[in-house]
Design a protein around this ligand. Structure first.
Ligand code: ADP
Length: 273
């Protein structure tokens, strides 16, 4: 029931010679400062359909700001974000070095859905209301359909019985599973996870990572900011190590996490793995 939207044209061959799907998302030279604090410089990122990209790096290195820029929650100062539109073949291209139209930001926002560190559920709404809010209010889908889909999604993460509960009645792990369902219900082309397990008690982390891993196996396209390096090694196709607002190293998960080339990456990975 949660198959990702499909239909990717093939692009250029990858390193193993097999054709790689064209990137769903391409970011070039993204830059952002808060006042005089430059937090992102020259960030490039490609995410191919069905791939998982993990953003890792020390606290304050700019990972969350990258993620929020992809979802229109931050406006970069410069750089481009391009979303391939496989349905129409007409890409959505935003150039932040020039003035970006409000409509383009809102289109960008519609392409992806974010799962937040602190779940960000609406506290005054039940689980079900949280899940159908976006589909019904924003996407104008029929309420009955949205409810039926929400129930299916909740069942698949073991939350069917909690549909009428309020967030405060749930554990952190349960709230995050609802956070994930709420993102899936929007049927986005891209799922963004911002440290989805770092607010959870250790014994609840595994459940939530398990759900994310299943989504990866189903072929969802995702960008995940995480400190869980063992998890990143398991699910990510590409790992990007950031420090001080720049990409220090990137590559296949096994290479970056097992045999990093840069000293800074090596130190970081050694401490966490
Ligand atoms: P990370 O996710 O790697 O921990 P962030 O992207 O959250 O890093 O933060 C990068 C830098 O940007 C930090 O120095 C942080 O203080 C700063 N920053 C993030 N958001 C804001 C904001 N809204 N206003 C001012 N500074 C911010």
């Amino acid at each position: 029931p949660t198959s990702p939207p499909s239909g990717a044209p093939s692009g250029e061959p990858g390193r193993d010679g097999r054709p790689q799907p064209k990137p769903v998302l391409s970011v070039r030279n993204l830059a952002k400062a808060f006042g005089s604090n430059v937090v992102l410089r020259d960030i490039d990122l490609d995410v191919r359909r069905g791939n998982v990209v993990a953003l890792i790096g020390p606290s304050g290195s700019g990972k969350t700001t990258v993620l929020r820029s992809l979802n229109g929650l931050e406006t970069p100062d410069a750089g481009t974000v391009t979303f391939a539109d496989t349905a129409t073949g007409k890409d959505l291209a935003l150039n932040f070095s020039a003035k970006v139209a409000k409509k383009d930001i809102s289109d960008l926002r519609d392409r992806s859905a974010m799962v937040f560190q602190h779940y960000n559920l609406f506290p005054h709404m039940t689980v079900l209301q949280n899940v159908i809010e976006g589909p019904v209010q924003v996407q104008k889908r029929k309420r009955a359909e949205a409810v039926a889909e929400a129930e299916k999604l909740l069942a698949r993460v073991g939350m069917a019985e909690k549909r009428d509960a309020y967030p405060f009645e749930l554990s952190g792990g349960q709230q995050q599973r609802v956070g994930i369902v709420r993102a899936l219900a929007l049927k986005p082309q891209l799922l963004l996870f911002d440290e989805p397990t770092s607010a959870l008690d250790p014994e609840l982390v595994g459940d939530v990572l398990g759900v994310i891993q299943e989504l990866a196996e189903e072929g969802w396209t995702m960008v995940i900011v995480t400190h869980e390096l063992a998890f990143a090694r398991q699910v990510a196709d590409e790992v990007i190590f950031m420090d001080g607002g720049v990409v220090v190293e990137r590559g296949p998960a096994a290479e970056v996490l097992r045999a990093p080339r840069q000293e800074r990456t090596r130190q970081f990975v050694r401490r966490l793995l």
